[in-house]
Design a protein around this ligand. Structure first.
Ligand SMILES: [Zn+2]
Length: 243
C-alpha cells in the first residue's frame, strides 16, 4: 500500500516522515493479523523493517537492534550505549530491556539472572556483566575503578543507595560469616573449651578470648569489628539483636 491509498478514517493518524528514536517512518504497510497498523521504518543504520505504530509511539522499540553490533568484544561498553540497551531504576535496582538483544526476551522484561545466589549478571553482546557495575556505569558514566560493595550485605540489592566503591579489603569486611564458620557467629570460634572473638584488619589480628558462650564472644566480636572496620563495619544478621 502506498501513501496515496492511506485509510481515510478520521482516527487514522499518518505518521509517515516522523522520527522515533533511530527510526524514520517511510510508509504505511497495512494491518497486521491482530489489527495493529504496521509501518515500514528505516533505522539510522539503513535496515528497514515493519513495526507496529504503537511500538513506535510508546518508545517500545528504539532501533533495529543494530546498537549491539556497535559493541565489539574488545570495545568497552559506554553509558550511552548501555542506556539504549537497558533501563535501570535506581530506586528499585532493577534493570529492564529496552531492546531485544536475543529472540526470547521481550522489551520491558527484567534483565539479568542470579549467579551463585549472591549477584546478578546481565549478558550484553555475548559478554556477562555484573549488574551492580552496570548500575554504576548507568548512573555515573564510567565503570567503577574499585570493587562495588553492597552496603547492606545483600548482593542482589542493586539500588544505587546500596552501592559504594570499596577496596578489596574493605569489601571483605562487609561480609557475613564464612561457610567454614561453625559457631554460628561471625568472628567467633572455639579455642581450648572457651569461645574467642577475632577480627582481622590490614593483616593485624585483634582477639579477645575466654568467653563461656559463643553469644558472649559475639558481643565482643561486634565491638572489635566496629573499632577495626569503621564505616565498613557489617553487623551480621545472625548476630543482630531482634527488634
Ligand atoms: Zn539499525
Amino acid at each position: 500500500m502506498t501513501n496515496d491509498t492511506l485509510p481515510q478514517s478520521k482516527r487514522f493518524c499518518n505518521i509517515t516522515g516522523n522520527r522515533y528514536n533511530k527510526f524514520t517512518v517511510i510508509s504505511f504497510q497495512g494491518l497486521c493479523k491482530r489489527g495493529s497498523r504496521l509501518w515500514l521504518c528505516r533505522c539510522d543504520c539503513g535496515v528497514e523493517k515493519n513495526i507496529r505504530g504503537s511500538s513506535l509511539t510508546t518508545n517500545n522499540i528504539k532501533s533495529c537492534g543494530c546498537i549491539l553490533t556497535r559493541l565489539p568484544k574488545d570495545r568497552p561498553l559506554t553509558q550511552s550505549i548501555l542506556k539504549e540497551i537497558v533501563h535501570y531504576d535506581p530506586d528499585t535496582g532493577v534493570f529492564t530491556w529496552r531492546i531485544r538483544t536475543v529472540g526470547h526476551i521481550k522489551i520491558g522484561d527484567i534483565a539479568g539472572s542470579i549467579q551463585g545466589k549472591t549477584r546478578i549478571c546481565i549478558n550484553i553482546a555475548g559478554k556477562a556483566y555484573r549488574a551492580h557495575r552496570l548500575a554504576w556505569l548507568y548512573m555515573y558514566g564510567a565503570m567503577p575503578t574499585l570493587l562495588i560493595d553492597h552496603i547492606n550485605g545483600n548482593g542482589l540489592d542493586n539500588r544505587i543507595v546500596n552501592l559504594r566503591e570499596a577496596t578489596q579489603s574493605q569489601n571483605l569486611m562487609n561480609r557475613g560469616k564464612t561457610i567454614r564458620n561453625t559457631s554460628g557467629f561471625k568472628g567467633v570460634h572455639k579455642h581450648e573449651n572457651k569461645w574467642e572473638a577475632q577480627c582481622v584488619y590490614k593483616k593485624i589480628r585483634k582477639r579477645m578470648g575466654g568467653f563461656n558462650t559463643p553469644e558472649e564472644a559475639s558481643v565482643a566480636y561486634e565491638q572489635l569489628a566496629k573499632e577495626c572496620h569503621g564505616e565498613f563495619y557489617y553487623q551480621s544478621t545472625m548476630n543482630k539483636p531482634e527488634n
